[in-house]
Design a protein around this ligand. Structure first.
Ligand code: MCN
Ligand code: FES
Ligand code: FES
Length: 907
């Protein structure tokens, strides 16, 4: 043990700790300073930043032995508190700089030191500083963070008033469409919001810490599992294997389509007969400390017969490939598309045909917060599971049969969540902590390392695509043929639905009268496919948006004008034959045209012999909702003190479920003249909230929003007196009028049929992306220097939330275009290894423009926004590369070596 007399946030402390303990662990666990967040735990993300003697330190990799007597440490708790916010924190609120908020403490601590040392930084100074200190954010696209730093610096220099940064409610009392900060923002910027790992520290004594025994191979038969040595290790209470699982030991994918050749019961909670992918959980060690649990996990012996691993769809489709799930073919689902008349004769006669092969790979989600959760039995004997789930009711039904639990006896709760970007549409550790709690009867807690997060949660499913367009010589699309193969990893959940997205979104945005195509879902041994922001559209639209560029090239037409000719207009239908709910794309393109022209002029002027500059565009479309009659229910209740409570499962990835619920409910309750702070939110707890569905498919603002609107209207209706004034709570009670209402809504939609035809979504979101890129000819390195978009997400509920969604999504699309991958399990298992974009890889120059077309079905005209910025800006980036240097990249990511090879091939 070491003993040091130190100062923490100005207070003297006697620190006694094991020398190997990290400073982060000491601050969090011994002092309870949980503003210090541990994300990567490897020095790559800066979420654990603290200031030690005037230096910024990543405390996750700083050992206590390095501390000296008299050292002075500052954490976020020492910078500002909810009652006394520091100007940096106020600026973070004003710019919506805390989305999930997991990175916020680390960024704010970092900013404090920057401004202490450089009170008047330029934007580049700020960016250099965050780059140097590896402050990583996955949600915000960084620009709002730099905006916040600039404002905070101006306040600290006395050039700006702090009060001007605080949001003022307009005179009409309306917060819909404003920059009202999200309700969780103060807790996020002060580090007082307890995320899963913070709650874990605060769990009661006797809570068991869990460690997983995981597969280190990708495909194997299990011959035996020997836990005897592990059971004798210090502190071990139980080693849980498949034998301890009371139910079917399978997570059901709730198979979506009857034509699926599997039955959806293919994902083990704990592997019994086979290992299907690297990282698969084989056993759970439950012990008194994490250290003991991990040491014992290393002693579990698993006897394996290694089988051939099929790490991509073509490998798993080979004739001699064995069935990964015996009894189910590796190609287990097919989805056709057949719209309009047969395409073959049209292709034969067409003036122009373009065709190409495309690949969009296994993009990793890379939230800064790794997966975390816990479980316990409550006083009623119900199994309570708290996790990062963004589909609580869905997950309950997916895991209950496997655990042998009646869903009636389960409660699922979402912890404040540090980003998911869709991976939490799948259950991850819910069934594991559930199984451990059932097997031990004790509370249990499990925190993945970032390595586990990366290797054992779902990833974007790669699509291998071939697409053909037939067009007239003046550029009118006549027909499309498509073929797409989805590598969905070993577990089928939502794979069929994802494959349907190929039918719905290849060619989306354009009126294509005739379409024929087929897609298939393939089982492989790589990471299981889970939802990822955009869900099928980033793959599908990459193919059609790059091919549109190829068509423009072949016709000698401007890519924007070619698109302008073909976008949805009166009489147009989507690839599924649906009539678009609004026809705003021509207006979106009209708004984008001058931006595009200016960008091209700039590129022409700024190109040099060494660095070629170019501009690429792409069109993005995505539906808001789960297919078909998507449904949500919420409760809206009047309280005795005249406040109103909204109960909903609007799950929060970090996008702003709280502000979405508040802004929508406030607008719905405006006849009452209620102030926003008098609307209480009870979100994401199945014990008290009805099922409003998962936060996937950018559906919440539309579908949950409509249910909130319905509930508010019912309450307002119940309160309204004949004279137009409103009853009080007591008057409602006295007249026996209900004070709690269920608001429900179902989308007036139909599922797609076997030909991929139907009306799957009540509202869509539309956008046009413009990427300005620079390509270094000597190295092939591409930089996105500016990215702009014109979006139509309907009426905007909250400007900070919507801007934030777009900035952050654009950054992820740049990552998808140029850097990110999870193909090489070893190399891609760290943030830098997987191509996580840091601030200097994302341009500071990001321009957002809007066309706000009210949506007939959206609440108060709103559509969704979350996934729009990741539909296909990556196509704009590679179209920009082509425009700059003539190299056509069709397989992502566009790594320098690929561009360089293209340059060499051209020569
Ligand atoms: N919004 C608005 N006005 C509109 C539309 C939306 O103000 N016209 C706001 C909403 O109130 C909400 C946000 O924008 O705060 C996103 O709304 P919506 O598009 O309905 O999407 P969901 O709330 O259903 O969120 C899910 C969506 C998805 S599917 C993924 S994946 C995703 C995402 O949003 N993951 C995210 N955004 C993310 N943002 C962060 N920071 N972290 C993630 O993991
Ligand atoms: Fe410490 Fe990532 S740098 S948690
Ligand atoms: Fe930065 Fe979520 S707000 S990681």
């Amino acid at each position: 043990m070491i003993k040091r007399m130190i100062h923490v946030n100005g207070a003297p402390r006697m620190a006694i700790a094991a020398p190997e303990t990290t400073l982060a662990t000491y601050l969090r666990e011994s002092l309870g300073l949980t503003s210090v967040k541990v994300g990567c735990g490897q020095g790559h993300c800066g979420s654990c930043n603290v200031i030690v003697n005037g230096k910024l330190i990543r405390s996750c990799s700083y050992k206590m032995s390095r501390l000296n007597d008299s050292d002075s440490i500052t954490t976020l708790e020492g910078i500002g508190t909810p009652d006394n916010l520091h100007p940096i924190q106020v600026a973070w609120l004003a710019h919506g700089a805390a989305q999930c908020g997991f990175c916020s403490p680390g960024f704010i601590v970092s900013t404090k030191l920057l401004l202490d040392t450089n009170p008047k930084p330029s934007r580049d100074d700020v960016r250099d500083w965050f780059q140097k200190h590896r402050n990583a954010c996955r949600c915000t696209g960084y620009k709002p963070l730099v905006d916040a730093v600039m404002d905070a610096a101006a306040v600290l220099r006395g050039e700006k008033k702090l009060d001007d940064l605080y949001f003022q409610i307009p005179a009409d009392g309306k917060i819909w469409g404003t920059k009202y900060p999200r309700p969780s923002a103060v807790a996020k910027v002060t580090g007082t919001l307890d995320f899963g790992a913070d709650l874990g520290i605060k769990m009661p004594e006797g809570t068991l810490r869990l460690a997983l025994v995981q597969a280190e191979v990708s495909h194997a038969r299990i011959l035996g599992i020997d836990t005897s040595e592990a059971e004798k290790m210090p502190g071990v209470v139980k080693v849980v294997t498949h034998k301890d699982i009371k139910g079917k030991n399978r997570i059901t994918g709730l198979i979506t389509f009857p034509t699926n050749k599997g039955d959806g019961w293919d994902r083990p909670i704990l592997c019994d007969e086979k290992v299907f992918q690297f990282g698969d959980a084989i056993a759970i060690v439950c012990a008194d400390t994490e250290c003991h649990a991990k040491a014992a996990a290393a002693k579990v012996k698993v006897d394996l017969e290694i089988l051939p691993a099929y790490m991509s769809a073509p490998e798993a489709m080979a004739e001699d490939a064995m069935e990964i799930h015996p009894g189910t073919p590796n190609v287990y689902f097919e989805q056709k598309i057949a719209k309009g008349e047969d395409s073959a004769p049209i292709f034969k006669k067409a003036d122009v045909v373009v065709e190409d092969d495309f690949y969009v790979g296994r993009q990793p989600h890379m939230p800064i917060e790794p997966d975390v959760g816990f479980a316990f039995f409550n006083e009623e004997g119900k199994l309570c599971i708290h996790s990062k789930s963004i589909g609580l009711h869905l997950h309950m039904y997916m895991i209950a049969p496997g655990l042998g639990m009646d869903p009636e006896n389960m409660i699922m709760v979402q912890n404040p969540t540090g980003g998911t970007f869709g991976y939490k549409f799948s259950p991850t550790m819910e069934a594991l902590v559930g199984a451990a709690a059932i097997a031990t009867g004790q509370p249990v807690y499990l925190n993945y390392t970032w390595f586990q997060q990366q290797t054992y949660t779902g990833k974007r499913s790669p699509f291998f695509m071939n697409v053909r367009f037939a067009a007239t010589k003046d550029g009118m699309l006549q027909a499309m043929e498509s073929d797409w193969t989805v590598d969905h990893g070993p577990y089928s959940e939502f794979g069929d639905l994802l494959t349907l997205r190929g039918a719905q979104f290849i060619g989306a945005g354009y009126n294509i009268p005739s379409i024929r195509g087929i897609g298939r879902t393939v089982c492989t041994n790589h990471a299981w496919g889970s939802a990822f922001r955009g869900y099928g559209s980033p793959q599908s639209e990459f193919a059609s948006e790059v091919l549109m560029d190829e068509l423009a090239d072949k016709l000698g037409m401007d890519p924007l004008e070619l698109r302008y000719k073909n976008v949805y207009r009166e009489g147009s239908t989507t690839p599924t034959g649906q009539t678009p709910e609004v026809l705003s794309l021509p207006e979106v393109l009209d708004k984008a045209r001058p931006m595009y022209k200016a960008a091209k002029e700039h590129a022409a002027k700024a190109s040099t012999a060494e660095v070629k500059r170019g501009v690429g565009i792409s069109l993005g479309v995505y539906g808001c909702g789960l297919d078909g009659p998507d449904t949500a229910e919420v409760y809206v209740e009047l309280n005795p003190d005249a406040t109103v409570t909204v109960y909903a499962t609007w799950h929060d990835h970090g996008q702003g479920a709280d502000i979405g619920t508040l802004a929508t409910a406030h607008e719905g309750l405006r006849p009452l003249g209620i102030r926003p702070e008098n609307i209480k939110l009870v979100l994401n707890d199945t014990a008290v909230c009805p099922n409003a569905g998962p936060a996937g498919g950018s559906r919440s603002q539309v579908v949950v929003g409509r249910a909130i609107k319905a509930g508010c209207e019912l309450l307002v209706g119940g309160m309204r007196k004949k004279d137009g004034t409103f009853r009080t709570y007591d008057e409602m009670k006295a007249e026996n009028i209900a004070v709690k209402y269920s608001g429900k809504w179902s989308a007036p939609c139909t599922d797609c049929n076997a030909d991929g035809q139907g009306n799957p979504f009540a509202a869509y979101m539309y956008g046009l992306f413009i990427a300005e890129v620079a390509v270094e000819l000597a190295t092939g390195k591409t930089t996105v220097e500016k990215i702009s978009m014109v979006g139509d997400v309907g009426e905007i509920a909250n400007k900070l939330a919507v801007d934030g969604q777009l900035y952050g999504g654009l950054a992820q699309a740049i990552g998808l275009a140029l850097y990110e991958d999870f193909e090489d399990i070893k190399k891609h298992s760290t943030m830098p290894g997987a191509g996580f974009p840091y601030i200097k890889q994302i341009p500071d120059d990001i321009v957002l423009e809007y066309v706000e077309t009210p949506r007939p079905e959206g609440p108060f005209g709103a559509s969704g926004v979350g996934e729009l910025p990741l539909t296909c800006p990556h196509a704009a980036v590679v179209n920009g590369i082509y425009n700059a240097c003539g190299v056509r990249i069709t397989k992502l990511p566009a790594l320098p070596e690929k561009v360089l090879a293209g340059l060499k091939a051209k020569k």
